[in-house]
Design a protein around this ligand. Structure first.
Ligand SMILES: NC(=O)c1ccc[n+]([C@@H]2O[C@H](COP(=O)([O-])OP(=O)(O)OC[C@H]3O[C@@H](n4cnc5c(N)ncnc54)[C@H](OP(=O)(O)O)[C@@H]3O)[C@@H](O)[C@H]2O)c1
Length: 309
């Protein structure tokens, strides 16, 4: 029987995977309370204790624009250490399959669109998240090195922007969707306008956390591709404005939504090409964002006291 160790189980993606698994018997859900993965001896102890046959490595030091810019040393060192320890232990303890998580935001800043799996190292990442990006790129290099020299089945999955319950809803450190949900919640509570920074025009491919969880579990069972972008189609890119309107609608606060164009928009688009995924799994049914936002807002509102914010 498989024994699947999942790191980062208390996070956005880890919780989603826990929620969709009908039978959790084969799974071991790890958080930083079980082991500090930046520490090699603690990581080894984890592998010795559970002897996993498979590993889904989600744990990471993650954040939005401001967290990345203000905590470069932490983003670099924590991620390098965690990833190094997990990949090395996966090899040393003879794990049959490792799925490691990258991100489309670590791709070159100056590139052509859509980006695909082969373009990761074609140029430097954007300066704002370079430390997170280089740490994640080294994860891919390390997985490939073990694959090429030892034949290890180490796979890198590459998701686009994720949102859902259990996200980090911090107004400064969080990603765009959870931050906007928190902002709209507070605006309505205080009777103030819901102001979105920027024009709202940039395009993004958002994926609901449970959809990503389903795709990761599918990868675990069905493919041994070296790397795979996990994303909605290029045609399903939406504007930040579209998502902000869905959020405002959920709070019944649509008439109070404004855009402040004096703030920077960031990159206009980061289009990712999911054709490799579609060639392997073309009937995956992505949830509509209206439904994803509804579920996320409901979760945040019901769990306001305890949510990460
Ligand atoms: N969020 C996105 O939009 C996005 C987009 C693309 C890719 N990704 C990638 O997807 C993966 C999952 O991200 P997420 O958004 O679910 O992250 P998250 O919600 O921030 O959760 C991070 C997880 O990592 C664990 N962790 C952090 N430091 C640790 C340490 N030193 N030792 C052990 N565990 C530690 C945390 O455990 P505690 O709760 O115990 O601290 C938590 O379970 C990450 O690899 C991330 O880079 C995320």
């Amino acid at each position: 029987m498989k024994k699947v160790l999942i790191t980062g189980s208390s996070g956005l993606v880890g919780k989603a995977i826990q929620n969709i698994l009908p039978d959790k018997e084969q799974y071991i859900f790890i958080t930083s309370k079980d082991a500090d993965l930046t520490d090699m001896s603690e990581t080894k102890r984890l592998f010795e204790k559970y002897k996993p046959t498979h590993v889904i490595h989600l744990a990471a030091c993650v954040g939005g624009l401001y967290k990345n810019m203000n905590n470069k040393v932490e983003m670099l060192e924590q991620n390098l250490l965690m990833n190094f320890n997990i990949v090395k232990c996966a090899h040393d303890y003879k794990v049959e399959k490792l799925i490691a998580c990258l991100s489309t935001c670590i791709f070159p800043d100056k590139t052509t669109y859509p980006i695909n799996e082969e373009m990761l190292h074609d140029g430097p990442p954007h300066n704002s998240n370079d430390c997170y990006a280089y740490a994640k790129r080294m994860l891919e290099i390390q997985c490939n090195a073990y694959r090429e020299n030892y034949g290890d089945n180490f796979i890198c999955v590459i998701p686009t922007n994720i949102y859902g319950p259990y996200d980090n809803f911090n107004l400064e450190d969080g990603h765009v969707i959870p931050s906007l949900i928190h902002k709209c919640y507070l605006a309505k509570k205080e009777g103030k306008p819901f102001i979105v920074r920027g024009t709202g025009k940039p395009l993004r491919q958002f994926i609901y956390s449970e959809d990503l969880g389903k795709l990761i579990l599918w990868v675990l069972e069905n493919t041994n591709e070296r790397s795979l972008i996990l994303s909605v189609d290029k045609e399903d890119e939406v504007t930040i404005e579209h998502m902000a309107r869905l959020i405002a609608k959920e709070f019944d606060y649509e008439n109070n939504l404004f855009f402040d164009a004096s703030f920077s928009d960031g990159q206009y688009k980061k289009t990712a090409d999911n054709s490799k995924l579609m060639s392997l799994y073309n009937d995956f049914d992505f949830i509509a964002h209206e439904e994803g936002i509804k579920k996320t807002v409901k979760w945040f509102t019901n769990n306001y006291e305890t949510a990460r914010k």
